[in-house]
Design a protein around this ligand. Structure first.
Ligand code: TXA
Ligand code: MG
Length: 348
């Protein structure tokens, strides 16, 4: 398939290009576009035929439902089968557009292919002007999963989407690096007390500020629970190399990784360490990548997928990753890291 690629400036968008992309969406083609979380692989959310192309391009199992991206309240109301509750209205006022996906009972307008046969629909309004213009000009909701090949780290830069999606979609719209860098938080609004199904770019604390209480699927976020979001059961974010997380107090983490790195290097393996600005200088004779400063875990989040992909490019045999505290954005960071590591964790 011939893929057209365009580079856009979010602050000065070439609307002729957006119109071409919108036309592709209306004609049931596929367009990759930037959002504030990760790049999305979009198609007309009202067409089963269009949405099937998303599953084909990603190699995604068809029992994994998609998020519909909207640019207006009218689009949301068209997709859902019941009126908005009071809490939902408050959340939308405060956090849309933004990294929050809400799950509702679906209306009869949503094809089964989008929701994988479920009677609920996931909806979000992305906080990116290119994405919002595209949805608005297409005039319909756009179904979009992360624009990576299934199982690989989600794409957060133009380089990532070009690597994964060239030749598989009709158009790629490149913006800048995604500012949030992990996917949206998914909140199921169909229960009396809303449940977080996936931790993400909006923190638990931010949800609790509006709702008072929220529950978290499976008890502890990030644990190996039976997932209620179907997609959470699949292997995710996996770099080519095996990955082991080292968890505990920071000085003990550093010491353990130093030991492990020496041991694996002595066996002739090419070792990678996923470190932070504060610790990167502590490791010798291995490839060290820093996720940024530990003083701001949202920066760590914005770099996690990029650094996992960088290790693939370098071609290491094993990655040792420093853990982060599981609070605020650290919950989403650790959730993605644990999946990337296949829940391989050493506690020190
Ligand atoms: O930030 C994001 O959410 C990005 C950008 C592109 O918007 N999208 C994204 O989509 O992460 P995807 O397909 O990679 O992840 C969507 C997750 C999957 O785990 C899926 O199972 C879950 O949402 N999901 C979708 N619809 C659902 C539903 N009706 N009930 C429960 N889980 C649902
Ligand atoms: Mg995904």
């Amino acid at each position: 398939m011939n893929t057209e690629v365009f580079f856009l400036d979010e602050n000065n968008i070439d609307l002729d290009i957006i119109d071409r992309a919108a036309e592709i969406i209306r004609n049931n083609g596929t367009v990759v576009f930037p959002t504030e979380t990760v790049y999305g692989l979009g198609a007309n959310a009202l067409s089963g035929e269009a949405v099937k192309k998303i599953f084909a391009a990603k190699g995604r199992p068809s029992d994994n439902p998609l998020i519909a991206h909207v640019s207006s309240m009218n689009m949301l109301l068209y997709l859902i089968g019941s009126p908005l509750g009071a809490g939902t209205g408050l959340l939308i006022d405060k956090y849309w557009p933004g990294p929050l996906t809400l799950i509702f009972k679906k209306s009869g307008k949503v094809p089964d292919e989008v929701t994988a046969g479920m009677d609920t629909i996931a909806v979000r309004m992305p906080d990116n002007r290119i994405a919002l213009e595209l949805i608005e000009r297409a005039g319909l909701p756009i179904a979009a999963p992360s624009a990576n090949i299934s199982g690989k780290p989600s794409p957060t830069t133009p380089e990532h989407v070009i690597a994964d999606m060239m030749g598989k979609v009709d158009m790629i719209l490149c913006g800048s690096k995604c500012s949030v860098g992990v996917e949206s938080t998914i909140l199921d609004m169909t229960e009396d007390v809303p449940i977080v199904l996936r931790p993400g770019g909006l923190t638990l604390e931010e949800l609790e500020n509006v709702l008072g209480t929220v529950r978290v699927s499976g008890g502890q976020v990030g644990d190996k629970e039976v997932p209620r979001a179907p997609g959470m059961k699949y292997t995710h974010y996996a770099p080519d190399a095996d990955m082991i997380i080292v968890k505990g107090e920071l000085d003990k983490i550093i010491k353990k990784i130093q030991e492990l790195a020496a041991e694996y290097s002595a066996r002739g393996m090419k070792v990678g360490v996923l470190a932070s600005d504060e610790t990167a200088g502590c490791y010798k004779d291995c490839r060290v990548l820093s996720l940024g400063s530990r003083s701001d875990v949202s920066i760590i989040a914005s770099n996690i997928f990029e650094k996992l992909r960088e290790f693939d490019k370098i071609g290491v045999d094993i990655i040792f990753a420093e853990a982060y505290e599981e609070s605020h954005m650290g919950i989403a960071v650790m959730n993605r890291m644990k999946k990337a590591a296949g829940f391989n964790i050493i506690e020190v």
